[in-house]
Design a protein around this ligand. Structure first.
Ligand code: FAD
Length: 362
């Protein structure tokens, strides 16, 4: 898909192409671009009817400030000590409008600590670690003939037969023949009574697993960085539109925050008389440059919101600066990323945009 605007600076139409080869032009009085944190800047950059640098890109801001959440494993709680923490920091169920929803506890840096130590926003949460002799994994290896240690895998399957039988029960719950209302009742009750169990089943696709410990995972905000960005590459897709090129940067601030978060979490647990985690080597040896950081598929910031057109792409109404009838929706409008999963905030801002359009469009 590509979008173009007329020379007077008003969005006029979309040129749409399908994979089946159909091409149509959609003319509209208004457009909301909602194609994701990578595609939103890509489509704006590739639409060059009005400005050689792309729509909304007079100040070279489109695609810049690419953020995700920097995630890393910071430590683990050994098996023999995990129960108390699994109960305290596991999932919990909340009932709302007849349905139960699952939430997870975690530990976040306080604003005071962030300010004092000049840290980014960040939090840790706890996730379960599967044992190497988990019977389902052993069974899978045996069935797929990928077992390097057949005798050990057979022993694991035999020793874990209780878990395997329980797994069959879980599979029955997933059976399409069980009435939906009955399934909802069972699942909602289970969420309320034992959210941790439900969360584990959910994470492991309905199979009860043998656990080895609790992992401590961290999620960290990224400082907005103009050099972290989406640009257009040289290759083109089947419609002739250049493919996005991603240059995602992780800076010292993120690494420093993750290190201090690991240390502060360890000290907080110890101070509360709870099991003390074994930190990853990089944290124990204070080597933030060695942290293995992964993204969370939370692509944010690439058409960021700012009241100043020189600092952002859209204004507070999510409208592209300089164009009266083109808006952007999605994580790309975030000016900063915080540490929390973004979807609820994306929906809140999208709902606010919908209300605004309802009020202003005749
Ligand atoms: C595996 C996974 C797990 C996740 N888990 C969580 C979670 O637990 N909590 C959370 O908050 N977030 C989670 N996220 C992140 C969350 O999905 C995204 O942050 C959110 O969906 C982004 O919303 P968006 O509107 O910006 O883009 P999207 O939701 O990606 O919507 C963009 C839409 O535009 C369409 N599109 C793209 N390009 C074009 C084009 N050229 N033409 C036409 N249509 C196009 C896409 O098909 C898509 O439907 C997860 C992401 C992944 C991948």
């Amino acid at each position: 898909m590509s979008a173009s605007v007329t020379m007077v600076g008003i969005f006029s139409h979309l040129d749409v192409a399908s994979v089946g080869g159909r091409r149509v032009r959609i003319e509209a009085r208004h457009c909301v671009l909602a194609a994701s944190g990578i595609e939103n800047p890509r489509l704006l950059l590739a639409s060059r009817d009005i400005h050689p640098n792309g729509i909304g890109n007079h100040h070279d801001r489109v695609g810049r400030y690419l953020m995700d959440h920097a995630a890393a494993r910071v430590g683990r709680i050994p098996t023999e000590q995990m129960e108390v923490l699994a109960r305290l920091f596991g999932f919990f169920g909340v009932r709302h409008k007849g349905r139960a929803h699952m939430f997870m506890h975690g530990l976040a840096l306080t604003p005071e600590v962030q300010e004092r130590e000049r840290l980014l926003n960040a939090a840790v949460y706890f996730s379960t670690e599967r044992a190497p002799d988990d019977p389902w994994d052993a069974l899978k290896r045996l069935l797929l003939r990928r077992s390097g240690t057949v005798r050990r895998d057979l022993l694991s399957v035999a020793a874990g037969s209780g878990l395997l039988v329980k797994g069959v029960g879980m599979k029955m719950l997933a059976d399409g023949r069980m009435p939906r209302a009955l399934k909802d009742l069972v699942i909602n009750t289970a969420i309320r009574l034992s959210p941790n169990m439900v969360a584990n089943e959910f994470q492991d696709r309905g199979l009860p697993r043998k656990l080895a410990g609790l992992r401590i995972e961290a999620i960290c905000e990224q400082a907005p960085n103009p050099d972290s960005r989406v640009t257009l590459g040289l290759r083109r897709d089947r419609f002739g539109v250049p493919i996005a090129r991603i240059d995602w940067r992780i800076e010292v601030a993120e690494r420093r925050t993750l290190l201090r978060l690991a240390e502060i979490s360890r000290d907080a647990l110890a101070g509360a008389g709870l099991p003390v985690p074994v930190l990853e080597d990089w944290a124990a040896q204070r080597r933030p440059e060695d942290i293995v950081i992964i993204d969370m598929a939370h692509t944010l910031g690439t058409t960021r919101m700012s009241s100043d057109a020189r600092k952002g792409v859209v204004n507070a109404d999510c409208r592209v600066h300089g164009l009266p009838n083109l808006h952007v929706s999605g994580g790309s409008v975030f000016p900063t990323s915080g540490h929390a999963n973004p979807t609820l905030m994306i929906l809140a801002v999208a709902t606010r945009l919908a209300d605004h359009l309802n009020r202003t469009l005749d």
